[in-house]
Write a protein that binds this ligand. Sequence first.
Ligand SMILES: [Fe+2]
Ligand SMILES: [Fe+2]
Length: 330
Amino acid sequence: MAATIMLVDADAVNSSDWKTFLQNQGYSVIGVETGRTAIQRCPEVKPDLVLLSSSLPDMPAFQVCKRLKADPLNRLTPVILVVPDSEQFEASRAHRAGADDFWSKPASRWEAFNRVDTILQLKTYIDQQAEEVLYALARSIELKTPMMTGHSERLSDYTVQFGAHLGLTTDELELLRTGSLLHDIGKVAVPDHILLKPERLSPQEMRIMRRHPVVGEEICAPLKSFRHLLPLIRHHHERPDGSGYPDGLVGDSIPLSAQILQMADIFDALTTDRPYRKEMSVGDALAVMQREANQGQLSQTLLKEFSIFVWTTKLWWCGRETPLWGLNAN
Ligand SMILES: [Fe+2]
Ligand SMILES: [Fe+2]
């Protein structure tokens, strides 16, 4: 996919020349004329790079840069300040404002293209490394709790197969796959004495544990490639009757991906050993989930589909060497 560049420049002629040139090199270019518009649109446009002219009509470019970088959604987006030749430019001020680089107007458009291309390649590399680190971090949290080992991988199998059963698109299935692997990454901020506590959590400990969807969203937000996962990570503990967290969303306002993930999450929790009980059979687990649906805590419609899916696909084999205890797998 073509990289997107946000061009912030009030000079219509200059902006149009740059836009045409960059588009001819295969980039997708969004032009904006003011600092405020850039700050407002950047989180929604999610550019791969911002070229920011130093002379804007509404606010100093330093300030625009600072505000762009202060937003977690833009933190990893390179911002390049472009200054006129004649201007006495303060490099230290640009760096303090968070600019990744600053240029006086390049000698030629080709020089500009080379610099943009280099920065974008570097950014792609850094993003890939950061993604690997986050996957490793999510795995390491799971490894702390031996009973949770393999949970995310199983969840990934469950959600993708269930999503396919529901007729979701390839992109939506990919979202479920990666979201399943990362959904509990925010537990990195939960102290071990709470995370590993076998007994019931106190109200204070529960409050700390319940912050993990928001922390997970904050951890993944700076990476553009994880941006589409944020609603799933934030809302995977919401309940249709509004009793969930962190936002108490109700009914269909909970993203479908988050509802699918939660259903698989509960199913996996019930069908695996816990310190306080043995794993349940598939029939018992679905009966518990049906009681939750009757109380409004799960979608009846989705659970009906999930039950059909579980029985028809023999879901319980996913990620297991042996079927669940007490089951006839035929
Ligand atoms: Fe969670
Ligand atoms: Fe989970």
